[in-house]
Design a protein around this ligand. Structure first.
Ligand SMILES: [Zn+2]
Length: 550
């Protein structure tokens, strides 16, 4: 038996509980890391007892220095535990990365990954990380979404060195557009949208491409003042025969007559996505961009734009598109489903938006560990809820106290039982120091879940924390001692309170729980034994939980 692992957990446990480790808690931790040791519990106990005793006799300073010596960190911070692969041409202190969301929807787990990876790279190279709102479509940008993005990133513990808004730089876009026009690198096109589309498909030039400089400048002025939406746009001159369709004279500036959530009606001509992002990258001195593969076809165009204006291009690396299997992340689709009442809202438990995960009780550390584990490769992997949940489980399990909840309750009486008025059960078996909860008992009114009743009727079961019975409506008392391999079921007694649990498929499950859950506060996360983790969402008029996962 490796004594190092005992020492590690004894020290960590001591650090968590005011310098005093506990044998049971240390044992629990060891078994979680090495379940194969379960068979050797008996041999391990004396060693654990001895080491825990030693550690507890040390001063806190000595405990701290021992922790340092074996090189473990107290906080399981994802940033320090997993190293990202090196970035090319990255110089310590010089790296600037960015996360540029459009404030048009609530951020989901894919946004979180893009933000986290760029943030972690900036941190790795002691550089800077910029959050930049690409808010150049006033019809889609909404105040609500700016806040949602900021709150989502804050919740994940992602910090930025600068918060920028493309809408603060519009004058500079006008200057750059004028320059491109003057250098004959762009022209104003007055063709209709469907004509432009058709020409692009047929690889044909339109007559506007041959505008003189004066014609272009005049049309450009008219765009800023007189033209109506859809009547004119500025296109960059590349080639209508380019094999990448994104390169066939794409539009870079267009008219949108709609009040902007930040700057109202100050402007009516707005840069298109590629023009906006390419220039902001250069102006902001972004050295590295790590972004989702769906932008791959756009990189060529963005670099062309930068070159046309004599600007620097960041190093761009693409990573696989990211979401969980079977979950939509399309803002348009989600908006529609909310409208049709197929979803409760952006925080519907079926979604992978950050507010949905938060409401369900996911922990930001669990999410970040999961995201980093998925890596920065380009190849798509099918990611499922299971994987995210297992990362989250290992983070929240030690934090969540445990309670009983019974579904479709079946009332049983217990014959010939010794007198019991109440029982005390550990809030968390691995952390006995956390204390107990008390359950008042009336042996004539014990409730168990219908499923358990059906499954174990006529068999011997342990009512956890109470005693063993032969199960029936009139159950027989058998014994008090824990018997290995006897099925263990949760129960509640006369004093219980109704709860509703919003499940991850949107359904609502009703049950009754022990009365101590009344002490819980909104946002508390707990585990209902043999059911799963839940977050308390409401306390009035009744307790409403959100199901996190099993
Ligand atoms: Zn045209």
């Amino acid at each position: 038996m490796d004594k190092k692992i005992i020492l590690k957990y004894a020290l960590l446990n001591a650090a968590q509980y005011d310098g005093k480790a506990n044998v049971q808690a240390v044992l629990g931790k060891i078994l979680r890391e090495k379940p194969e040791l379960k068979k050797k519990i008996k041999d391990m106990i004396p060693d654990i007892q001895k080491i825990v005793k030693d550690v507890n006799s040390w001063s806190k300073e000595k405990q701290k220095s021992e922790i340092k010596k074996i090189g473990i960190s107290l906080e399981r911070k994802v940033e320090e535990r997993r190293e990202l692969p090196d970035l090319p041409n990255a110089k310590m202190g010089k790296v600037i990365t960015a996360f540029p969301p459009e404030p048009s929807k609530y951020p989901h787990i894919g946004h979180a990954k893009a933000a986290l990876i760029n943030y972690l790279y900036a941190k790795k190279y002691k550089g800077k990380f910029i959050v930049r709102f690409e808010d150049t479509n006033p019809e889609l940008s909404k105040k609500e979404f700016y806040y949602a993005l900021i709150n989502g990133l804050k919740w994940l513990g992602i910090k930025w060195d600068k918060l920028d808004y493309v809408s603060d730089h519009i004058e500079k876009y006008y200057k750059s557009t004028e320059r491109l026009i003057k250098e004959n690198k762009a022209y104003v096109c007055v063709c209709k949208q469907n004509e432009i589309k058709k020409n692009r498909r047929l690889m044909e030039e339109c007559k506007c491409r041959k505008n003189s400089l004066n014609e272009n400048l005049e049309l450009w002025t008219k765009m800023l003042t007189a033209f109506k939406e859809g009547e004119a746009s500025v296109r960059i001159k590349i080639s209508m025969e380019h094999k990448n369709a994104a390169m066939r004279d794409p539009t870079i500036m267009r008219i949108i007559d709609y009040p902007h959530p930040r700057i109202k009606k100050k402007y009516r001509v707005w840069p298109m996505y590629d023009f906006a992002t390419a220039l902001m990258d250069s102006w902001g001195g972004i050295t590295h961009r790590i972004r989702s593969k769906e932008f791959e076809m756009r990189t060529e165009l963005q670099q062309f734009i930068q070159k046309s204006l004599g600007l620097k291009s960041p190093y761009i690396t693409e990573i696989a598109r990211f979401n969980l299997k079977g979950v939509t992340s399309s803002g348009r689709q989600i908006r529609e489903m909310i409208k049709n009442k197929e979803l409760f809202g952006w925080d519907d438990p079926r979604l992978t938006t950050l507010i949905a995960l938060k409401r369900r009780g996911f922990n930001p550390e669990g999410i970040k560990e999961f995201l980093v584990s998925t890596g920065v490769s380009k190849s798509e992997a099918t990611l499922t809820w299971d994987v995210l949940e297992s990362f989250n489980r290992s983070v929240i399990d030690p934090k969540c106290n445990r309670y009983f909840c019974v579904f479709n309750p079946v009332k049983i009486k217990i014959k010939d039982s010794p007198k019991v008025n109440k029982v005390r059960i550990h809030l968390h078996p691995d952390f006995p120091r956390r204390g107990y909860r008390e359950i008042p008992v009336n042996i004539n009114k014990i409730f168990i879940s219908k499923d358990d009743f059906k499954k174990f009727k006529g068999k011997k079961v342990r009512l956890i924390g109470l005693f063993n019975v032969k199960l029936d409506k009139k159950a027989e008392f058998i014994s008090k001692e824990i018997v290995m391999k006897m099925p263990k079921i949760q129960w509640v007694s006369e004093k219980n309170i109704p709860v509703s649990i919003v499940m991850n498929d949107g359904s609502i499950k009703k049950g009754i729980t022990e009365s101590e859950t009344k002490k819980l506060k909104v946002n508390d996360r707990i585990q209902f034994v043999r059911f799963g983790f839940c977050r308390l969402d409401k306390v009035k008029p009744d307790l409403v939980f959100y199901f996190t996962h099993k």
